[in-house]
Design a protein around this ligand. Sequence first.
Ligand SMILES: Cc1cc2nc3c(=O)[nH]c(=O)nc-3n(C[C@H](O)[C@H](O)[C@H](O)COP(=O)(O)O)c2cc1C
Length: 201
Amino acid sequence: MDADLLMTTRAFRRRLDLTRPVARHDLLACLEIAVHAPSGTNRQPWRFLVVQDVDLRREIAAYYRKGFAAYLSTRTPRADQLGDLASGGRLAATMHEVPALVLCCSIGRPPSDPLRLAGFYGSVYPAVWNFLLALHDRGLGSTITTAHLAYEREVADLLGIPFDEVTQVALLPVAHLLPGSGAAGPRRSAAEVTQWDRWST
Ligand SMILES: Cc1cc2nc3c(=O)[nH]c(=O)nc-3n(C[C@H](O)[C@H](O)[C@H](O)COP(=O)(O)O)c2cc1C
């Protein structure tokens, strides 16, 4: 297991090379790794829509920016979240320049039953994470984003996605990575967030 790859696969926003195209064969190779993720009863509900067209990217990015601004307006961030939100703002500002926007979708609409809801999203996110790891392993990078989902219907109409049958789960802006530190992300240690046998508050 490559623990270093697992621990240094970050939300890449500032290190995205906006000037270099991303080849389809690289994207497909990483998506091939994505589709080897597990899903409930091996349903493989994921579908991917790769958007490279300049005009479509511009329109998606405009919805993303509106969604991100709305999200920011509802939040009072902690001090340790300010850096993340600043780099989030930069990604929002440059989203249309990211060479490939990979829209990760799931067949069906989110169920209301908690058990089924867990299965719905839990059957797509492992593929998302596999994809991010595979990208990083090849010198590419992305960030899981969801802010455009405030405009999911508008983006569905734009891209011809049948809204009643397909749910957009995450928008992954993919680019080659510029040189950078490759440090692990700030995380609480496993010991801090793990309890044994009984929950104590
Ligand atoms: C479900 C989910 C939704 C997210 N949505 C956004 C988003 O809309 N925009 C964004 O810039 N980052 C988004 N992120 C990225 C997180 O901010 C990032 O993974 C987290 O801050 C850790 O970053 P790090 O690995 O670089 O430390 C999202 C992450 C997850 C898991």
